[in-house]
Design a protein around this ligand. Sequence first.
Ligand SMILES: Cc1cc2nc3c(=O)[nH]c(=O)nc-3n(C[C@H](O)[C@H](O)[C@H](O)COP(=O)(O)OP(=O)(O)OC[C@H]3O[C@@H](n4cnc5c(N)ncnc54)[C@H](O)[C@@H]3O)c2cc1C
Length: 475
Amino acid sequence: MELNRRHFLYGSVAAMAAASSLGTASLKSASASAPRVAPGARVLVIGAGFAGIGAARALALDGYTPLIVDARDRIGGRAWSHTDLGTSVDLGAAWLHGGDDNPLKPHAQQLQIPWHPADYGNGRRIDLRGDVIGVAELADSMGAPALQARLADGLFWAWLRWRLGRLVNASGSGRSLAEHWEVAFAGAPDADACALRGAMESYFAAPLDEIALESLFVGEGDELLPSTERLMTGGMQRLAEGLATNLDVRLDTIVERLEWSPGRVTAITTDGEIEAEAAVITASVGLLQQSRPQLSPALPDTHRSALNRLAMGLLNKIVLRYPHRTWDDGEEYLALCGSRLASVVINYGSHGGAPILVGMLGGQRARDVEGMSNDKAVGLLHAELRRILGANLPEPDAAIVTRWGQDPWSLGSYSFLPVGARGNEAQTLAEPVADTLFLAGEAIDTGGYGAAHNAWRSGLRAARQISGGGPLLPS
Ligand SMILES: Cc1cc2nc3c(=O)[nH]c(=O)nc-3n(C[C@H](O)[C@H](O)[C@H](O)COP(=O)(O)OP(=O)(O)OC[C@H]3O[C@@H](n4cnc5c(N)ncnc54)[C@H](O)[C@@H]3O)c2cc1C
């Protein structure tokens, strides 16, 4: 997801900056209950991403002895900041979504990690045929002045849900977003529907015909749009590293198998065996679906079938650094219609960074780039940018192309609800297994899915289940 994906979508379509508050569902205090794992016990935490770090911090505060292990040689997981281009560029998570309610925001503040408040009004939607499309045209074209008012009030998602909500039922509608796209956007010119579709596919990281209609109704449902999004110019990875300070973390350690019985786990790792009394497992949905790490005994059927109803989405980035800027420095983004690759291009120069443009590719475009050479991917995006920004755009002098689908420790970017999902998968997966295995990660937050703050909250939830209470927002 990129930008609270909904927020960005809204921004790229509506291009307005009306101020309104939004609800990233905030954690509510749970009343304390008996611990499921004896206080003071050693808890193995698999994964040094936001979920694992959140769990380990909360457990340490509650007097447990957490040990984090991660297969990678760095902390952060899907928060991965590249610093060689003259500006920190996040190849994975880049934005703190959801405005002031994002539970990671106070930590970023405390750790003094710089951010830039994104202004979604400050961008253009561009048809590669050369037309610039504005929000007024969108609303007019739909013959719905009332829609324009809703967009202005930040109620785009509420409107979309209202249009499509009656099609959803509790057992899973079996319908995709694509099936109802025309219903929702009847009358909109092709170019509008196309730019919106691209933004939507970046948001959900999947083609619309694979996304369950139910996706519109899961989590953070009361949000009003738009809201303040924060681009972490200081680097998301730095935030993760700061949060992991003083935690016991072993990197370069792959958990290959986890043997367990109630109250006991033995991890067979590439660096020997680790014994603990419980485990928090934060491997991605893609890895868990492939039984990585291998669990012995396996997860119960309830959990396995919930896992199998989820899917891993793909969002990739193409980072282009130019020798100098030739484009408008003020504009924060371009939303493209008709691009072979990027649906949205972020201008890092607009917040004082180096002359860097980052193309974001969702859905089928993200899949296409996985099999392309760097030269081809960079050449294609650069050629499109020249059409938009002018023939004086010089050749990029450095570039990075991500391929999250081939990352062995995520197997994709973040989860989405494919057709057939019911929308209750996270609730099922969050159920502890024999008070010994606790699943967490971006897909397993009952208040939403896909983002860094979902991962963080899921880790805090797992810790709370283990301890029976304790602080929800450890400082
Ligand atoms: C391109 C992209 C853009 C994104 N943009 C945003 C954004 O702007 N804002 C936002 O909020 N979110 C964004 N996200 C999503 C966000 O990055 C994730 O939701 C979040 O980082 C996931 O955290 P996690 O702890 O659940 O998993 P991870 O970060 O994947 O951590 C899990 C860790 O477990 C480790 N692991 C897995 N299996 C094993 C094993 N067997 N043994 C040892 N270690 C193991 C992995 O190495 C990994 O480091 C984006 C993601 C991508 C890829």
